[in-house]
Ligand binder design. Structure first.
Ligand code: F6P
Length: 328
């Protein structure tokens, strides 16, 4: 096994609050171990173009509290091709003498890392960085807790107006094809229901749930809907069907969009990102390769990249039960 002297680090895919805390942790922990750190800019696109610069401990000062990513990020079509990966190897790995690569990102980014590791003999470590929390084998991903809090904060505000006008609000949240943000933000904001890709919800179910609340004491309702394409017709379909079936209900739709990805990372995300960043360097020292560093029952764990990206992370059914009991 080649002795590691230099590690490359990049962020890829959708940015997530806490990525900067993770870059800081990787950089400082590597330097602490006597290694050199090369920051690769704009994810795999920058790797292909050779946009790299050495990172010092000072370069990562004063960033732990900042959202986004100082290394910038991208989604790269070119890196999905063998030709693109060859350019990345030549222009980045070879040119800058990188002995190991650390990729902070979500499913697509860790898939890229895995493909790269299959073709080139370089240890790749994935760090779960996505607001979607959709990587198998880790209890949480960097950015998820902050996004969840951002959503809850927004829904609290929407509830004020929903309540004042006696309205029903359908609120769309991110998460790609995973319902974690939707399900847990619904519980945390006291919403009446969550529409998630993992569990089918009919318009009739929703209608009777909301009517039941109105017959009792409620005069407004919040339904959180995941953005997933596998929810047929999406949030608009549900809102329209609800308007048609229940003309007395005053229905409104809010799509939270990209504000969910921004903002200062929560303390939980900063701690998670710091632990995972340090663990990535430890893993390389132990000779680990092609694994994602995970957190499981508050312990650091190594999950083969192939499992982290391929396996579906299930939603805990208890969460579905909790929401349905508490929304009576
Ligand atoms: O993966 C993070 C995420 O924010 C998803 O929740 C969302 O579906 C997607 O990225 C949006 O991607 P883009 O920034 O390319 O529009």
């Amino acid at each position: 096994m080649k002795k590691i002297k230099t590690v490359g680090v990049l962020t890829s895919g959708g940015d997530a609050p806490g990525m900067n805390a993770c870059i800081r942790a990787v950089t400082r922990s590597a330097i602490y171990s006597g290694w050199k750190v090369i920051g690769i800019y704009r994810g795999f696109e920058g790797m292909i173009a050779g946009e790299c610069q050495e990172l010092t401990t000072e370069d990562v000062s004063n960033i732990i509290q900042r959202g986004g990513t100082i290394l910038k990020t991208s989604r790269s079509d070119e890196f999905t091709t063998p030709e693109g990966r060859k350019k990345a190897y030549d222009n980045c790995i070879k040119k800058f003498g990188i002995d190991a690569l650390i990729v902070i990102g979500g499913n697509g980014s860790l898939t890229g890392a895995q493909e790269f590791a299959k073709e080139y003999d370089i240890p790749c470590i994935g760090l779960p960085g996505t607001i979607d929390n959709d990587l198998y084998g880790t209890d949480s991903t960097i950015g998820y807790d902050t996004a969840l809090n951002t959503i809850v904060d927004a829904v609290d505000k929407i509830r004020d107006t929903a309540c004042s006008h006696d309205r029903i609000f359908f609120v769309e949240v991110m998460g790609r094809d995973a319902g974690f943000l939707a399900q847990n933000s619904a519980i945390a904001s006291g919403a009446e229901a969550a529409i998630i890709p993992e569990e089918y919800t009919s318009v009739d179910q929703l209608g009777s749930l909301i009517s039941r609340g109105f017959r009792k004491s409620k005069n407004s309702s919040i339904v959180i809907c995941s953005e997933s394409h596998s929810i047929e017709g999406g949030i608009m379909h549900y809102a329209e069907r609800m308007r048609a079936a229940y003309p007395d209900f005053d229905v409104r739709v809010t799509i939270l969009g990209y504000l969910q990805r921004g903002g200062r990372p929560s303390a939980m995300d900063r701690i998670l990102a710091s632990r995972l960043g340090v663990a990535a360097i430890d893993a390389l020292k132990e000779g680990q390769r092609n694994v994602m560093i995970a957190i499981s029952n508050d312990q650091i764990d190594y999950v083969p990249l192939s499992r982290a990206i391929k396996m579906d992370k299930p939603i805990n059914k208890e969460l579905i039960n909790v929401l349905s009991i508490l929304s009576i």
